[in-house]
Ligand binder design. Structure first.
Ligand SMILES: Cc1cc2nc3c(=O)[nH]c(=O)nc-3n(C[C@H](O)[C@H](O)[C@H](O)COP(=O)(O)O)c2cc1C
Length: 188
C-alpha cells in the first residue's frame, strides 16, 4: 500500500484565484441530488473486532487492474479502525437492508453485533443477504480534501443474491427500477 499526496497544478492566472467558494450547506444540498448506492465497508480492527461504515461514495475504478474506490472522511473513527489491517469488503445493500445502513452509520462500538455476517477469505465480514460483495486489499490512499480517496484491489466478488439495490438521494433511502421506456408507455 502506498500513500500519495498530490495537489492541483499551481496557476498564475488571477481569475483562477478568484473562484467562488460555495457555502458548505449549499454544496451538500446540491450534491445530494446525485443518487448513490449504499454500501457497508467492513473489516477487522487491529484487535480482530469486526467493524464497518456506511458509505455512499463507492465506485468502480478500473478493470485492469481490478480497482474500486470510496471516500472516507478524515474524521471517521470507523475508517481509522478498519484501515490498518488493509483488508476490507464492500457490501452492497439491498432495499431490505436499510436498517443495516442506518445501524452501521451510527457512531458506536461493535456495530456489527446485530448484523448477520460471516468472515470472507481475507477476514473482513461479509454481510448476509447483500446484492453484491467485493472483497479487497487496500491498494493506496490519495488525498481528497477533508476525505481520503481509498483505492482497493478487488480479489473476490459475488452477486449471488441480486435483489434491488438500496439507493440514497436527497437525504432519503429508496429503490431503483430500470425501465424509463415502461414508464413512458404507461403514462401515454
Ligand atoms: C447513506 C450514507 C452514506 C454515507 N457515505 C459516507 C461516505 O461516503 N464516506 C464517509 O466517510 N462517511 C459516509 N457516511 C457517514 C458514515 O457512515 C458514518 O456515519 C460515520 O463514519 C460515523 O462516524 P465514525 O466513522 O466516526 O464512527 C455515510 C452515511 C450515510 C447514512
Amino acid at each position: 500500500m502506498s500513500t500519495v499526496e498530490t495537489n492541483a497544478p499551481e496557476t498564475n492566472a488571477p481569475e483562477m484565484n478568484r473562484r467562488p467558494v460555495p457555502d458548505p450547506r449549499h454544496f451538500r444540498n446540491v450534491l445530494g441530488h446525485y443518487p448513490t448506492g449504499v454500501v457497508v465497508v467492513t473489516g477487522l480492527t487491529r484487535d480482530g473486532v469486526p467493524s464497518g461504515m456506511t458509505v455512499g461514495s463507492f465506485t468502480a475504478l478500473s478493470l485492469d487492474p481490478p480497482l474500486v474506490a470510496f471516500m472516507a472522511a478524515r474524521t471517521s473513527d470507523s475508517w481509522a479502525s478498519l484501515q490498518p489491517l488493509g483488508s476490507f469488503c464492500i457490501n452492497v445493500l439491498g432495499t431490505h437492508q436499510e436498517h443495516v445502513g442506518r445501524l452501521v452509520a451510527g457512531r458506536k462500538q461493535n456495530k456489527l453485533d446485530d448484523v448477520d455476517w460471516r468472515p470472507g477469505s481475507g477476514g473482513a465480514p461479509i454481510i448476509a443477504g447483500c446484492v453484491a460483495t467485493i472483497e479487497c486489499e487496500l491498494d493506496r490512499i490519495l488525498d481528497g480534501g477533508d476525505h481520503e480517496i481509498v483505492i482497493g484491489h478487488a480479489h473476490t466478488l459475488t452477486a449471488d443474491d441480486p435483489g434491488e439495490p438500496l439507493v440514497f438521494l436527497r437525504g432519503g433511502y429508496g429503490h431503483f427500477r430500470p425501465g424509463l421506456d415502461d414508464r413512458a408507455a404507461n403514462s401515454s
